[in-house]
Unconditional design. Structure first.
Length: 402
């Protein structure tokens, strides 16, 4: 099948050409919407992958121009864009696009979506030749969607089972959390473990993107980061002299994670994470941050402190350094980890919830217990957006020194 790529980034065109050629497609490239439109009117191409932002004629303008043409065939259009907001998706689909894929995209997912487009084009051709079997096709589609939905429901149930018990206490540290996935399956995941030597490890991570591919990677990461997982051998080591498992420091763990996933991933997928270790004997907490939102310490006196340590997202860069913070919590202090779904929540007028609003909110609510505080955070974000469904996962984990 011939596929027309419209993108002003040469490296994106090269990557897509390589991917599509391996799947047996013939690729034609255009550097802007006008060039793509000229190609369409002088060829038999029926499939278009277009970027949103391009010079001369952007992706949205190209889609509208294609739909206004009086062609003898249907053009299937997929928009590839870094814009992940619901409003942008609606805008692109209303302009006439058939599908919408957010960058960075999973190559396997893109292949599947292209195959779905091929099936639709074949169906259009058959319907043009004979208007038959429409009812059967509809039933088959409904059956396929039903199977997909059942699979998603099953995966969502499995993902919920991976989450740790809520409102638990290890020594003098109490853990509470909440999670609101964006579309049943979440890219956010978190956990905490009490080790044999009494130390406590904890993490909260956010896989870029949404849907099945992001949730599958979060499944994998949750398993890898479990201290006693067989897959965790590269992140821990067994001390035969002490007969105990030694967990890597947060910064060292991130370094190994980045080496592992940057070399192995082929999906342009990355993730942000906060990982920490609590030593109850000294009450020292070691913590590193890889591209994630800044952790917050909510002091018992109401003071709010951000822990600003540097480190880029995992699998985004081949070489990067990760800083490590060391601190203690006093009785009544709380360490708050959260996803950017809270601080980057946007409502209809494009106003962002933001760090300052979150900081002031936490200061105002400092006197309520952690479970109630989490409920208040959820209600604040829902009230801010005036909706209970979000474009991004929303999660928070509170660790309180009692």
């Amino acid at each position: 099948m011939k596929i027309l790529i419209a993108d002003d980034m040469p490296e994106t065109i090269v990557m897509l050409e390589s991917l599509l050629s391996r799947s047996g497609h013939e690729v034609i490239a255009a550097s802007n919407g006008k060039e793509a439109l000229d190609i369409l009117t002088s060829s038999d191409v029926s499939f278009v992958l277009t970027d949103w932002e391009m010079p001369v004629m952007n992706g949205k303008e190209l889609v509208k121009a294609i739909r206004s043409l009086n062609l003898d065939r249907y053009i299937y259009i997929i928009i590839l864009t870094a814009k992940s907001g619901k409003n942008e998706m609606i805008e692109g689909l209303e302009a006439g696009a058939d599908d919408y894929v957010v960058k960075p995209f999973n190559t396997h997912e893109l292949r599947v979506r292209i195959r779905a487009g091929e099936r639709i084009l074949d169906l259009e051709k058959k319907l043009a030749e004979q208007n038959l079997h429409l009812s059967d096709a509809k039933k088959q589609l409904e059956h396929a969607l039903s199977i997909i939905q059942k699979d998603i429901d099953t995966a969502a149930a499995l993902q919920n089972e991976l989450l740790p018990p809520n409102n638990v206490q290890y020594g003098s540290y109490k853990f509470n959390w909440f999670l609101i996935p964006t579309k049943q399956l979440a890219g956010d995941i978190f956990n905490y473990y009490l080790l044999d030597d009494g130390k406590i490890v904890f993490f909260l991570l956010d896989v870029a993107g949404h849907g099945v591919s992001s949730s599958m990677l979060s499944f994998t990461l949750n398993n890898i980061l479990a201290p006693y997982s067989t897959e965790n051998a590269i992140f821990t080591r067994f001390d035969s002299g002490e007969s105990s498992l030694l967990v890597s420091s947060p910064a060292m763990l991130f370094k190994k994670l980045n080496e592992h996933f940057f070399k192995s991933h082929d999906s342009m997928q990355y993730f942000t994470i906060i990982y920490g270790i609590i030593d109850p004997e000294t009450d020292k907490i070691k913590l590193s941050r890889a591209g994630h939102t800044m952790p917050i310490i909510l002091k018992n006196d109401g003071n709010v402190e951000f822990i600003d340590i540097k480190g880029s997202a995992i699998a985004l860069l081949s070489e990067t350094n990760f800083e490590e913070a060391e601190f203690t919590l006093s009785a009544g202090d709380r360490l708050i980890l959260y996803s950017d779904g809270i601080t980057e929540c946007i409502r209809e007028n494009d106003e962002v919830f933001g760090f300052d609003r979150f900081k002031d909110f936490l200061r105002d609510k400092r006197n309520i217990n952690s479970p109630a505080l989490l409920d208040e955070i959820k209600n604040a974000v829902i009230g801010f957006k005036h909706a209970s469904e979000f474009e991004d996962d929303i999660s928070a984990l509170i660790i309180e020194k009692v």
